[in-house]
Design a protein around this ligand. Structure first.
Ligand code: AMP
Length: 287
């Protein structure tokens, strides 16, 4: 496993592999890697000849006052996990390698980027779309693996890749959870013991919401209220949003039907946690 730090090195290395007929799998991350990230690598390794993991804490996607400085960084431990997962390369550029001068070009989307986190973190998705476009340009033709943990982000990457005809096959991977149901996240280390104990309400609220839908509830407001009420039982958390949306548009329909996704965001002290869960509402008349 080799660590690359410059853009020309990555291009030269991966172009040589592609010229030799090898396929490339790409796992973009911000590091502080955990089993959720590893599951993306484990999806890529058997499907591709070469797997490259990027580790870059992207300043563009943090708003002033968010945790850019505090975000955990530990390249040595990350490299060990990548080796264990069978990855071939890490691309760990410096900020000045990625942004040698202030950028004047950004990528932003309408539609899927607007609701949910788009409301709570108005500059976040443009930062994500810009860095991922840049990374796709650096990596070149590949399959890229993203977690459903960041469900809206995945929808944005899919739409952006389609709209801009990017030479990337976007692959979504299931959410990896702790044994009590908390979705794994690099930010979970910010939780105090009390907040960690309370944080299971995200998963529990989603499970309740999805169970209600599976039992026949088709009113999104009723499901939202049910999930919000459960999250309110955690003293240390403050609800940002609890919503049920159409899984494709991420908009709240009048009546739930087809593929739907419940999503929640809750602030616990320094950690803003997100999670989601999906189900399919049988359209009446279908089997
Ligand atoms: P991050 O390092 O948090 O930017 O995440 C990098 C990638 O790992 C994104 O595609 C995330 O959706 C994915 N990821 C993060 N946490 C999990 C998880 N618990 N399960 C599956 N994928 C995850």
């Amino acid at each position: 496993m080799k660590i690359l730090t410059t853009i020309p090195e990555v291009r030269e290395t991966l172009n040589a592999h592609r010229a030799a007929g090898r396929t490339v799998g790409f796992v973009p991350t911000m590091g502080a890697l955990h089993a959720g990230h590893k599951s993306l690598m484990l999806a890529s390794v058997p499907e591709n000849d070469i797997t490259i993991v990027s580790i870059f804490v992207n300043p563009l996607q943090f708003a002033p006052g968010e945790d850019l400085e505090a975000y955990p960084r530990d390249l040595e431990t990350d490299a060990a996990l990548c080796t264990e997962a069978g990855a071939d390369y890490i691309f760990a550029p410096s900020v000045s390698e990625m942004y040698p001068e202030p950028i004047e070009t950004t990528v932003s989307l309408t539609g899927v980027s607007e609701p949910l986190d788009g409301q709570s973190r108005p500059t976040h998705f443009s930062g994500v779309a810009t860095v991922v476009t840049k990374l796709f340009s650096i990596i070149g033709s590949c399959s890229a693996y993203f977690g459903e943990k960041d469900f809206q982000q995945l929808a944005i990457i899919r739409k952006m890749s389609l709209d801009l005809s990017l030479d990337v096959r976007v692959v979504g991977c299931p959410i990896h959870r702790e044994t009590d149901g908390l979705a794994m996240s690099s930010r979970n280390i910010y939780l105090t013991p009390e907040e960690r104990a309370d944080s299971v309400v995200l998963n529990q609220a989603l499970a309740k919401g999805i169970a209600a839908i599976d039992a026949g509830e088709t009113d999104p407001a009723a499901v939202r209220d049910l999930m919000a009420a459960h999250i309110a039982t955690a003293d240390s958390g403050t609800l940002d949003y609890a919503e049920v949306v159409d899984a494709r548009t991420l908009l709240t329909p009048q009546v739930l039907s087809g593929e739907v996704r419940a999503l929640v965001a809750v602030q616990f002290g320094k950690a803003r946690l997100i999670d989601n869960m999906g189900t399919t509402v049988a359209v009446s008349g279908s089997a």
